[in-house]
Design a protein around this ligand. Sequence first.
Ligand SMILES: NC(=O)CC[C@H](N)C(=O)O
Length: 353
Amino acid sequence: MEEAYVAIEGGIVLTGRSRAPGTARGELVFTTAYTGYEESLTDPSYAQQVLTFSYPLIGNYGVRDERFESENVQPSAVLARELTDDVAEWLTEAGVPALDRLDTRDVVTELREEGAMKCGIAAGPDASPEAAREQLEQCKGMSEHVDIGADVSVTEPVRHEGGEYEIALIDCGAKGSIVSSLLDRGASVTVLPYDATPDDVREVDPDLLFLSNGPGDPANFEAAQELVDTFVGDLPIAGICLGQQVVARALGGSTAKMAFGHRGVNQPVRDLDSDRVVMTTQNHGYAVTEPGELDVTQINVNDDTPEGLESDELGVLTRQYHPEANPGPHDSLDFFDEVLELAGTTRVAATAD
Ligand SMILES: NC(=O)CC[C@H](N)C(=O)O
């Protein structure tokens, strides 16, 4: 058996079995999702992170590219109790190191007690604990990846022809399901780079500006914040996850890093108006701490963090969780109906002029 090593801040080095060779580093995180590994592993929000699956068996229904949320495997490395050969082969081909036969309960307990940590990985024939430690030494903190958007965003506009409503989607690392959820409901979507300028948005002449999910610290997405600042009040604005964080920051709010984040497919969220609780998919390590000009309309049942922000007056609607699911429950898909309704208000206003 080829050994593999995970060096964690604080001096711990864990030993496992190499399932895909190589060295890597990143922020060590865990997801409690018990299904949807194909979607999680291709979610660009995981860039620069080492993803630990707390569910013990990963890969038991194969690897199908129609489930992928982007073209690449996005975490810098993968840890699990047991990975099937299918998944190990996929990660080997993708050049993403992977380890199994780890007690992932120890990893999760350590993260829950100590908070987010950096780690270094070495797997395969040349692996050694020293090589893992060297990776750890070179590992940057999440917020130090100041241009992380460049690693995950389109570089040119990409148009998806659909129905009558025009949506400009700022790609900070967008999951494919966000685009398809909008197209399915009768929108045309133009995906713009994470650093798009106000003129790039004007060229699309959208009915709504949509800020996507994405990796890293929302404070590093300054161009996207400027778009919100420029268009708020003139165009309706929607956002998911990093999108919510960017919108809140642009409108006088603030964000902060959480202890170890929310990652899973059964995070309970309460809607404050209806008092209804839904199960949601989540994947975030930062949270909105002050909503600025927006109202908090939904909160996390476990820790009261803001899950939905809205302003009728400004035409803003955001979610911290992932209504598009993939993986996870479909309980919140109606968010996209509300987004389309909001886009429709631009048309009504234009007709009335
Ligand atoms: N899924 C996301 O958009 C994640 C947002 C942000 N990178 C965070 O960790 O909080």
